[in-house]
Design a protein around this ligand. Structure first.
Ligand SMILES: C[S@@+](CC[C@H](N)C(=O)[O-])C[C@H]1O[C@@H](n2cnc3c(N)ncnc32)[C@H](O)[C@@H]1O
Length: 243
């Protein structure tokens, strides 16, 4: 069933622990929980969405897959809810949570509204489409450690990032909220890091130019731009040394 998942969802899936009870928030088509259940990677899944339309499409996919995999429907529960609301009252208890394909601000709001995620035993797998820096700062302020942040690239060449987090209760301020501390430190990102930094430098360059032109403050973006350029230069030098 891995064919259901593109590189972005495969990357998120790679962080879900074996035998997990997964809550997939904003599940839409429910590809992620269905693929993980079908592959026997997880024990049970809650496929949750705030809207009826996506849940109807999840139900259709589920019925189609259940024809091939008897018993699938007994291991997944479709839930109409805002974020994680109410999911702490169900059994079996959630161990891993995926929130993919939403803005960073909405992801932070969903976590803020669910105090039960402030439990070090629960793994949070977050894939923000926008406002990544906002989410990283929010996680730091609220005592969630980012244990890994992995890059992935889909077939159309777009880069995405997936954060794997856990509540520790220790708040901190990220050093590089715009680029991602854990992302920069993660050796698994080696192959895609150059492309990511080049893309970020291009975007940040435009933002800094625009803000300078408008007389607006842009210290954070300037710092991130200079960090991205320094890292790119270092990568280039290392490559030449290795030749
Ligand atoms: C762009 S889709 C992402 C689908 C899938 N998670 C993925 O990454 O491919 C976003 C989904 O999130 C749902 N959604 C938006 N806000 C939500 C909320 N507050 N709680 C639960 N689901 C929400 C939408 O209805 C939609 O189905």
């Amino acid at each position: 069933m891995n064919h259901l998942l593109d590189a972005r969802l495969l990357c998120a899936a790679s962080f879900v622990r074996a035998d997990a009870v997964l809550a997939d928030v904003g599940t839409d088509h429910a590809y992620l929980p269905i693929a993980l259940l079908a592959d026997g990677r997880i024990r049970y899944a809650y496929a949750a969405d705030i809207a009826r339309g996506p849940l109807a499409s999840a139900r259709e996919h589920l019925a189609a897959c259940a024809a091939e995999l008897p018993g699938l429907e007994d291991r997944i529960r479709l839930v109409l809810t805002d974020g994680l609301c109410g999911l702490d009252h169900y059994a079996p208890a959630v161990t891993d949570i995926t929130v993919c394909g939403m803005g960073g601000e909405l992801i932070a709001r969903i976590l803020a509204d669910a105090p039960f995620v402030r439990d070090g035993g629960i793994r949070l797998i977050l894939q923000p489409m926008t406002m990544q820096a906002y989410l990283r700062v929010w996680l730091g302020e609220n005592g969630f450690a980012v244990e890994a942040e992995r890059l992935c690239r889909t077939a159309n060449g777009k880069l995405y990032t997936v954060l794997c987090c856990r509540f520790t209760g220790d708040s901190y301020v990220p050093v590089h909220p715009i680029l991602g501390d854990a992302l920069l430190a993660d050796e698994e990102n080696g192959a895609l890091l150059g492309a990511y930094l080049t893309e970020m430098a291009r975007r940040l360059g435009r933002i800094v130019d625009g803000k300078h032109g408008a007389g607006e403050e842009c210290r954070a973006e300037s710092e991130a731009l200079s960090c991205a350029n320094t890292l790119l230069e270092r990568m280039c030098n290392d490559k030449h040394k290795g030749e």
